[in-house]
Design a protein around this ligand. Structure first.
Ligand code: GAR
Length: 193
């Protein structure tokens, strides 16, 4: 492995976690290089934000499926990653299930952030699931990705109280503040091993 791990960041949304990672790198807090930012959605804000940092971006070909890429898309993704010399695949709001050949090409090298205290509230809109369940606290989790959804080995977690006045938006915003601290810290821990 190179002294500065080469990362690809994959995201489908606004990319605030990507920004937190890139800012941690620029501040010298995270020893890594984001060599490629990839989205499955050509209009995703994460791509605009990556370009603003001067980072290379790529968009995946459209998929016939909503929740996964499909075999051809996965093969195209692996090719992109290999061509860019990527060592670690970082999922930052990437809203598709990861399958083979991506999993088998990067064993224990794919890391995700999820907006709950896993194993609680897997899947979509986890902060809303937490509110509906009426729990007193939730949080965020950084974990390795395996073939089971949101079930890989946990690297780090941060707890967040749920307030009585919380709406889905306020709760997610507080979880995201915690994510922006937790994600770079968790990656630092992994890359130091
Ligand atoms: C984050 O809160 C992340 O935890 C969540 O999507 C958001 C992306 O925000 N991911 C999942 O729900 C994955 N199941 P961002 O685009 O601003 O980083």
């Amino acid at each position: 492995m190179s002294t500065s791990p080469r990362l690809a960041v994959l995201g489908s949304g606004k990319g605030s976690n990507f920004v937190a990672l890139q800012e941690a790198i620029l501040a010298g807090k995270l020893n890594a290089t984001i060599a490629l930012v990839i989205s499955d959605l050509p209009d995703a804000t994460i791509l605009t934000r990556a370009k603003a940092f001067g980072l290379p971006t790529a968009t995946l070909p459209p998929s016939p499926f909503k929740t996964k890429l499909g075999p051809e898309g996965e093969i195209a993704l692996v090719q992109l990653l290999q061509d860019a010399g990527i060592e670690w695949v970082i999922l930052a709001g990437y809203m598709r299930v990861v399958k083979d050949p991506l999993l088998s090409t990067f064993p224990n090298r794919i890391i995700n952030i999820h907006p709950s205290l896993l194993p609680a509230f897997k899947g979509l809109r986890a902060w809303e699931q937490a509110l509906t369940a009426g729990v007193k606290e939730t949080g965020c989790t950084v974990h390795f990705v395996n073939k089971d959804i949101d079930a890989g080995e946990i690297i780090a977690q941060q707890r967040i109280p749920v307030l009585t006045e919380d709406t889905p938006e306020t709760l997610h915003a507080r979880i995201q503040e915690a994510e922006h601290e937790l994600f770079p810290a968790a990656l630092t821990k992994v890359f130091q091993k």
